[in-house]
Design a binder for this molecule. Structure first.
Ligand SMILES: C[S@@+](CC[C@H](N)C(=O)[O-])C[C@H]1O[C@@H](n2cnc3c(N)ncnc32)[C@H](O)[C@@H]1O
Length: 483
């Protein structure tokens, strides 16, 4: 079968200042071999050559038969499908650099599609037509890298998040000494709006790796930083021994788990939007809350979801005024101290409280848990900083050093090892409900998961299954990123 030409949509040339910065970031040393697997008009090869690398140490491959002046700076092979060539070659390289084609394998012509779809993933299974060509290029290149080799690619920003690249992230973590991800909030290419990142992996075969993510607001600042990274890499990179972190941790050692706020008189302190408006009380006298297990229905809770609860007239306002608001607003004063009725200030939780009108709350709520959900306990991560909960729910506040990893720990609670422990701590009631006490939940030991997986996206998928009573799938998702 005749080899098809590359799709025109994938022929996006890298600007030369970006290519120069990437090549400088990798740096050269005497005798190192270079590979550019998607050479195009040769911008990377020009920059490699500018470092003083002779033609015999650079190999450039491209499917496109149309030559360019840069072809003469490398051993250039054209009209060659890199993915096919990579399967057969015995050559290995110290530096691999490029901007592989971003095109869905499904959209490739037959002769190219078959080879791309058959590239084996890390588990040895073919990646299939559902993947993208850039992913096939990265996998094929990885197999051509020499020990201690470095790789730098321009990739779509989706590379950090797509499901099919979860494996690549895990493998990079295990096999390289360091991974730097440069992201720019502005387009890097003229006329191309799709987000791109530059990924630089160094020290093949010397993992596990340190990952550094860097974000820039201008392409100039990103390019400058990339070139600097090259200077640091030119020196011998000292590798600090990785701090060993325990593999399993009890929930209580990383987070405080408490009952949500106890108002002492829910009919006085809790209200819906309609009531608040009819009393003309200002929102500044309230704390937004979730007050029912059914209010937490998703992997994470954002302000928009809480707004929907508000519009549905759920009880989501906790009257919790400060002395200043009480002084300034007569309606707040009137609600607190009416001529008749009002709050039952003799109630057990209120009588000794100072000030009596403020319900004690955790200073931050990182997640909510229902101790009585049908499916068992799970974390609803709070993405609305002001939001708190009342005592139908538990509130979790992570210690600072674990907060960044909150989605990982939430996912860890769904692993089979955690679920086995959870099965043993439920208290069964006559009506069939199972209750989980905060003390017992705190004892559950959670396994650390692969650090580079997209925990948030995996968690969303796992929670969807979990809440659909499909625990096996939820556990499979969580277990897929066990260390
Ligand atoms: C995004 S362009 C990059 C070109 C150049 N490296 C640059 O950065 O300016 C992708 C290149 O990959 C080439 N290409 C697409 N599929 C290929 C394949 N299967 N084997 C080799 N080259 C391929 C295209 O011809 C195109 O030149």
């Amino acid at each position: 079968m005749r080899l098809a030409l590359p799709p025109t949509s994938c022929k996006v040339n890298t600007p030369s200042d970006l290519a120069a910065a990437i090549v400088q970031a990798l740096g050269d040393q005497s005798g190192l071999s270079w590979l550019e697997p998607s050479h195009g008009s040769g911008v990377f090869v020009e920059e490699i050559s500018r470092l003083g690398v002779p033609k015999r140490r650079i190999l450039a491959v491209d499917l496109d038969p149309v030559g360019s002046p840069a072809d003469g700076l490398a051993t250039t092979i054209r009209r060659v499908d890199f993915l096919k060539w990579a399967q057969d070659t015995r050559r290995r390289f110290d530096r691999i650099v490029g901007n592989p084609p971003f095109v869905s394998i499904k959209r490739l012509k037959q002769s190219l599609q078959r080879t791309a779809a058959s590239v084996p993933d890390f588990d040895g299974i073919a990646i299939g037509r559902g993947s993208n060509t850039w992913y096939a290029f990265v996998l094929a290149s990885l197999r051509l890298l020499k020990k201690d080799g470095c790789m730098a690619f321009v990739l779509p920003s989706a590379a950090e998040f797509t499901n099919y690249s979860a494996g690549i992230r895990a493998a990079v973590h295990d096999t390289f000494r360091s991974l730097e991800l440069y992201r720019c909030t502005r387009p890097l290419f003229d006329g191309v709006q799709e987000g791109t990142i530059v990924a630089i992996a160094r020290g093949y075969g010397s993992g596990p790796c340190k990952v550094r993510r860097k974000r820039y607001t201008s392409r100039e600042s990103m390019i400058k930083a990339l070139a600097q990274s090259g200077k640091a890499a030119g020196r011998e990179c000292r590798v600090r021994p990785a701090k060993s972190s325990p593999v399993v941790l009890p929930l209580k050692s990383m987070a405080a788990l408490r009952l949500g706020g106890v108002t002492g008189d829910a009919s006085f302190f809790l209200m819906d939007e309609e009531r608040r408006q009819s009393l003309k009380l200002p929102t500044s006298a309230f704390t937004p809350v979730v007050s029912k297990a059914r209010h937490v229905r998703f992997a994470y809770l954002q302000r928009e979801v809480w707004n929907e609860l508000k519009e549905a007239d759920e009880r989501i306002w906790l009257f919790n005024p400060t002395p200043l608001i009480i002084r300034e607003n007569w309606r707040v004063r009137k609600y607190l101290y009416p001529e008749a009725g009002g709050c039952n200030r003799e109630a057990y939780k209120i009588v000794d409280r100072k000030p009596w009108y403020q319900t004690p709350l955790l200073s931050r709520a990182d997640a909510f848990i229902s101790g009585m959900s049908q499916q068992g306990p799970w974390l609803c991560i709070n993405e609305f900083p002001k939001l708190r909960a009342t005592n139908t729910l538990y509130v979790l506040r992570f210690a600072e050093q674990y907060r960044q990893e909150r989605y990982m720990w939430a996912l860890a609670l769904l692993t089979s090892i955690a679920q086995r422990q959870i099965r043993g701590i439920g208290r069964h009631y006559a009506d069939g409900l199972v209750k989980y006490e905060p003390g017992a939940l705190g004892e559950v030991e959670l396994p650390r998961l692969q650090p580079n997986a997209n925990h948030r996206s995996l968690y969303e998928q796992a929670v969807t299954s979990f809440l659909n009573s499909d625990l096996p799938t939820a556990k499979d998702i969580a277990d897929s990123v066990r260390l």
